[in-house]
Design a binder for this molecule. Sequence first.
Ligand code: SF4
Length: 402
Amino acid sequence: MTSVAEAPPGSSVRLRLLADPAGTRLDTHLTQHGRLPAADPAQVIGMARDAGLTGRGGAGFPLWRKLGAVTATRRPAVVIANGAEGEPASGKDKVLLAYAPNLVLDGLQLVATGAPDAVLYAPGAAHPALARLLDQRRSAGLDRVPVRLVAAPDAFVAGEESAVASAVAGGGAVPADKLVRITEAGTLVQNVETLAHLAMIARYGPGWFRAAGTYDEPGTFLATVSGPVVSPGVVEAGYGVTLGELIAAAGGVTRELSAVLVGGYHGAWVPADPRLPVSRAALTPYGGSPGAGVIMALPVGACGLVETARIAGYLAEQSAGQCGPCVNGLPRLASTLADLAHRRARPGLPAEVERLARLVTGRGACRHPDGTARLIHSAMRAFHADVIAHLNGHCVAEGSHR
Ligand code: SF4
């Protein structure tokens, strides 16, 4: 998935990072945006704070706080641009690295000031083009901090911060087996989209950045829109854009929708209401958030429980195999949900699904069990009518009796 949607006339979809993307053309990038203004670490923290820039990797943590925490350690920082995108429903970081990699590398330079070197952690398929670009930037004197490439495996948990730090240090791309605050160890891991926004803020200012999005959730974000839409792909829009606008930017629906998964496989199901804003404020009542921008539409006629059971089975297989509640709990949770989804009814099945989801929450060294449980809790709410029907051997989605 590498397509980028155009903004339909009158839509609040707004292309910034992806407006006239230069790809790996350094000359085009410099013509469009000019050289990166110099900024010391205090200035970078200040502009990130004034802009209200939050991480675009999923957690939505304020960038300035993270930068401040790393700066406070006074250790030589390990600085990593995280382009791992193991989430199967997301393609926005791959698109960004193909369409606007210079913005990512500019942002990396901004946060790496004073570090001995910096790392771009990205899928191996992108490395040849990125390596050529890094050579050009070096020749042009753009990168004061040298950048090296590290391959990000295609695994769901390979983008988790402690997994990234481990992979860059030469270990496996798996989360640490105990809770670690990697910023306290002087390591900064930042999603590539966040860095690209920072590079734009450094040029055009926090006020310009805040002209898109909402007061509390400023700026644009990259959304990956998939499901029964005409042109699945990546759309850029300000927070608060409606589901309908994002789907219209992807060409509109090819089938009527019953629900939408927002935020990815660790996200939440919400109603397919085209007026629903995509913002943390609007999605919190559904237990969701924009996360890393995944918008996965489910057509009428497809069963949400079956789809969630498929995702839960995938997530159970993606466990890094280190924590008992994750190793044992997720497969049991997935298989119990599969029994419900495939109408192998037995008394108490929905309660057992909910109980197992509660049981794994907060019990892993990383958030993988929590994210999986969140998805399943949301499915049990969003597809409640299906749950009842399945217990009686029906499926609401299919309107059939088996
Ligand atoms: S919770 Fe799961 S994925 Fe996370 S570290 Fe433990 S075993 Fe690995």
